[in-house]
Design a protein around this ligand. Structure first.
Ligand code: LLP
Length: 418
């Protein structure tokens, strides 16, 4: 049996998550103490790490003066939104609910991009009434709704970016690719040319941008650059289109040995291609993924059919990514051990065979009551949590930016909340 070697794991830890005297810490706190007080399952976020990621991205994309619209769908926690508002971040929202959350966190409507393939009329009305900065449009009928909403709200102009489906295939998991021709997202170049040709019938709409988003967790920049070429070809003839929104997609490192593709090539290619354009980006994962983890406790240990099952109190309802995309999240024990590792299955309590959080994973020998952390779950973790099996949504804890205080930012739901 291979030894369970934690030194290997130092690579996945960042400045905010590390072992101190054998226990896993977030900033200045032992995670065991937080779990002891709040219970499990609980998501824990480091605001310091969120803001470090945000500032690093801002700096990386400074050569193209990119405006960062944090993609709220990755994690809409109020404390995270508030911290990003304070940094001057803009936001990418995909529903009326997300817009409301950003406004409640103190964000300005003008700094919001409202995207989405199926906006309701009520959501469009709300966005226009509140004066959101941009609507990313994916459907001709949306323009009628926006025009009518603008008339009703007395808005002189509403700024719109038309979303191009660039028909490129991104290097990512097929379930999170959005830019290929068969996807429901965006419009073809022909449809967009057509809409721009008859823009006179929408006097209150300012057609100011082209939007692309080809997928998430992109393995390289090639497809983005191919899509950009198509967006520029499309925008070229229209003088009023001065903004290109490149969407999200910047990846996070999920495995011990993941190395992220360097961004300097992408940034210099963008700088040379986008001269004279305003550039918007909608990063979600790259800002929050490695700033969060999910703590869970072992309820039972079952040795059956030659396998070891660690049955924990978090399941696919709390963290859907492994069941939905076979996503990999590293599992770290809260107490470091030199015990020999064993290949085991970390599974949840949900009545589905696919409720496996870590499959065939080398783990330390765990006992009932031991706690482990599922790493890099700050993005699309809590955001996709659900209440299947009438399971309460987990609690969320945030550690403040100076790392010196933590608080429950969202209490665990109770059985009454269903
Ligand atoms: N902009 C648009 C239009 C999007 O559709 C998305 C993500 C983003 C920005 C943010 O993308 P990011 O920077 O986070 O890659 N649930 C999946 C991810 C779905 C992403 C959906 N759209 C997961 O857990 O991997």
């Amino acid at each position: 049996m291979p030894p369970f070697c934690l030194c290997r794991w130092r690579m996945v830890l960042n400045a905010s998550f590390r072992y101190v005297d054998g226990s896993l810490w977030v900033d200045d706190f032992a995670l065991g103490a937080i779990a002891g007080e709040v219970g499990t399952p609980v998501y824990v976020y480091s605001l310091r790490r969120v803001l470090d990621n945000y500032r690093r991205l801002r700096q990386t994309f400074a050569p193209v003066s990119a405006q960062l619209h944090y993609s709220v769908k990755a994690n809409g926690n109020a404390a995270i939104l508030g911290a990003l508002v304070e940094q001057g971040s803009s936001f990418d929202c995909v529903s009326g609910g997300e817009i409301q959350r950003v406004l409640a966190a103190g964000g300005a409507a003008r700094q919001i991009v409202f995207a989405g393939v199926g906006k309701t009329r009520a959501e469009i009305d709300y966005a226009v009434e509140r004066g959101v900065g941009w609507l990313n449009v994916e459907n001709a009928l949306e323009l009628d709704y926006i025009q009518a909403a603008a008339e009703r709200a007395g808005a002189e102009t509403v700024r719109v970016a038309l979303r191009l489906n660039p028909q490129v295939t991104a290097n990512t998991h097929p379930k999170i690719a959005t830019g290929h021709g068969g996807a429901k997202f965006g419009m073809t170049a022909e449809v967009i040319h057509d809409l721009l040709a008859k823009r006179g019938i929408y006097p209150r709409i300012h057609f100011a941008g082209i939007h692309i988003h080809i997928g998430s967790q992109l393995g390289d920049s090639q497809a983005t650059l191919d899509a950009l070429e198509k967006a520029l070809d499309l925008a070229g003839p229209y003088r009023q289109i001065r903004t290109i929104n490149l969407g999200g997609g910047l990846p996070a490192a999920y495995r011990f040995d993941d190395t992220l593709p360097p961004l300097d090539g992408l940034v210099s290619a963008l700088a040379s291609r986008l001269c004279g354009y305003h550039v918007l980006l909608e990063p979600g994962r790259a800002i929050v993924a490695d700033a969060g983890l999910l703590l869970t406790e072992v309820l039972y240990v079952k040795r059956q059919a030659g396998q070891i099952f660690y049955i924990v109190d978090a399941g696919m309802t709390d963290l859907l990514r492994p069941a939905l995309y076979d996503a990999h999240h590293e599992v770290l024990p809260l107490c470091k051990t030199s015990a020999v590792g064993e290949v085991a299955q970390l599974v949840g309590p949900v009545c589905e065979s696919t409720d496996v959080l870590a499959r065939d994973r080398l783990l330390p020998r765990l006992q009932v009551g031991d706690r482990v952390a599922l790493m890099t779950t700050g993005a699309y973790g809590m955001a996709m949590a659900n209440t299947y099996n009438a399971r309460p949504l987990p609690a969320e804890v945030v550690v403040d930016e100076n790392g010196e205080a933590w608080r429950v930012s969202r209490a665990r739901d109770s059985w009454d909340d269903g």
